[in-house]
Structure formats: structure tokens, C-alpha cells
Design a protein around this ligand. Structure first.
Ligand code: PGA
Length: 253
């Protein structure tokens, strides 16, 4: 069975002590994570090292960075490289979140570079894709997402693509309280898997975890995650409340 993943995206929230308290509450309440499941916390850079220590050897539980730079090193003031992440034992990194695409002008080709750099350091990229509202209203969301995948991931070979986690996050559902219906999520996830199957083969596509993101909450996670092509979620707002995220973890298949 491919991995079922509950990934928290704290974004630019929580001070160190607030974050520690939140993480402690979740780690204390979540019990054993099953072999086919993973729990991932994408937290702000300043707390990565400390949070990794807090998680320690807890099984199938990992810390992720929320971003990395698309160059290896150099004169890029304020940026963080994959080498730096690897040096503090970070195993996951969100790549191409829609907020970064929008506010920091990240292009599909720049994201291809980030994916390559992550993979070169054995960091799993959680590659985000998803359409804005006008694209959904025009009914061309499948083509839009397909192009994002093609331009950022299709240069990979079959081995490499299986190291990538994909997160489908319709932009109109992020932070808006407007969740995609479970049918809408399943339709897109099925489409993504079929696009991957055409490029990389059915078996490879079947091994790739595809997460849904966009207003996932404790109350709707179970229904969304129960869809056959939905392998968990990337969760913003609800990951900042311990009880909510615990319920989301419990909703994994
Ligand atoms: P949300 O954010 O759960 O607050 O909608 C999801 C995300 O942006 O990853």
C-alpha cells in the first residue's frame, strides 16, 4: 500500500514556545503511527532543528521544511539551501506551495530545479499543484494541473518520481473554509494518477502518494481521505490546533 500521510503546514505561524507546546500536544496524543502511514510537520525554519530533536526516533514521524532555494549555495541573502536542510537531517520539503508561486513568483521550471536539488540530497519533495478559481470556473483544471506536473516533474525517471509526494491543493479551497467536495478531490486525484501512469507507467503511478490540501479539518478529513486516490492531506489552519490535527491523523486510511 502506498504511504498515507498527514502533513501539517504551519506556514508563518507560532513562536518557538507556542510551536513547542503544539508539537508536544500532538506527539503526546497521537500514539503509534502504522507502518503504511506517516505524519509530517512542515514548520518554520528557525525551529526545524529543535523540532527534529523533539520528535527523535518516533516512528514514521518527520519534520519538513516549507521551502528551499533553487540554487545550491551563494549570494542569496535570506535563503536556505537543501545542503543546509540535509545537514540538520531534514527529510521532507514542501515545494511549490501556491502561496510561494503567487507571492514569490515561483515558476514551474524553478520548481523543477528545487525538486532535483531535494532529491539529490535524499529529501522528499512534497510537490504542490492546483488551480485558481477562474481556471476551475472555466472547467480547464485538469489541463492546468497536468501542465504543472509536466513542467516540474516529467524530466524525472521512474525511480525518482516515486520519491516525490504530490499535494493537490485547489487554490480556491486554501484557507477559505471552502473544501473541495470529496468527489471533486477524487476526480482530480484520479486525473493526476492517470497523467503519471501515462508518463511513468501504471505501477509507478500506483506507488505515488497524492495528498489533498485545502480546508481539511477534523470533521471532513475522514470522508476526503476515504476516496481511493486520496492518500492523506496537507493541512494548514487545522494543523495549528492539536485536537484538530490529531483527528486528521486518525482519519488516515
Ligand atoms: P488550509 O491550507 O488547510 O488552511 O486550507 C492548506 C495549505 O495551504 O497547505
Amino acid at each position: 500500500m502506498r504511504k498515507q500521510i498527514a502533513a501539517a503546514n504551519w506556514k508563518m505561524n507560532k513562536t518557538l514556545s507556542e510551536g513547542e507546546q503544539l508539537l508536544k500536544g500532538i506527539l503526546g496524543g497521537m500514539g503509534e503511527v502504522q507502518e503504511h502511514q506517516q505524519v509530517v510537520f512542515a514548520i518554520p525554519y528557525p525551529y526545524l532543528l529543535k523540532s527534529n530533536e523533539s520528535i527523535g526516533a518516533k516512528k514514521n514521524t518527520f519534520v519538513a521544511a516549507q521551502n528551499c532555494h533553487h540554487k545550491t549555495s551563494g549570494a542569496y541573502t535570506g535563503e536556505v539551501s537543501v545542503d543546509m536542510l540535509q545537514s540538520i537531517c531534514i527529510k521532507y520539503c514542501i515545494v511549490g506551495h501556491s502561496e510561494r508561486r503567487e507571492y514569490f513568483s515561483e515558476s514551474n521550471s524553478m520548481l523543477a530545479d528545487k525538486v532535483n536539488l531535494c532529491l539529490s540530497k535524499s529529501i522528499v519533495p512534497i510537490f504542490c499543484c492546483g488551480e485558481p478559481l477562474n481556471v476551475r470556473e472555466a472547467g480547464i483544471q485538469n489541463e492546468f494541473v497536468q501542465q504543472q506536473l509536466q513542467e516540474s516533474l516529467f524530466h524525472l525517471d521512474a525511480d525518482a518520481i516515486q520519491q516525490v509526494v504530490i499535494a493537490y491543493e485547489p487554490i480556491w479551497a486554501i484557507g477559505t473554509g471552502k473544501t473541495a467536495s470529496s468527489d471533486q478531490a477524487q476526480d482530480m486525484h484520479k486525473h493526476i494518477r492517470s497523467v503519471l501512469a501515462k508518463q511513468f507507467g501504471q505501477d509507478v503511478a500506483g506507488n505515488i502518494s497524492i495528498l489533498y490540501g485545502g480546508s481539511v479539518k477534523g470533521s471532513n478529513a475522514k470522508e476526503i481521505f476515504s476516496q481511493p486516490d486520496v492518500d492523506g492531506g496537507l493541512v494548514g489552519g487545522a494543523s495549528l490546533v492539536a485536537d484538530e490535527f490529531l483527528q486528521i491523523i486518525k482519519s488516515l486510511k
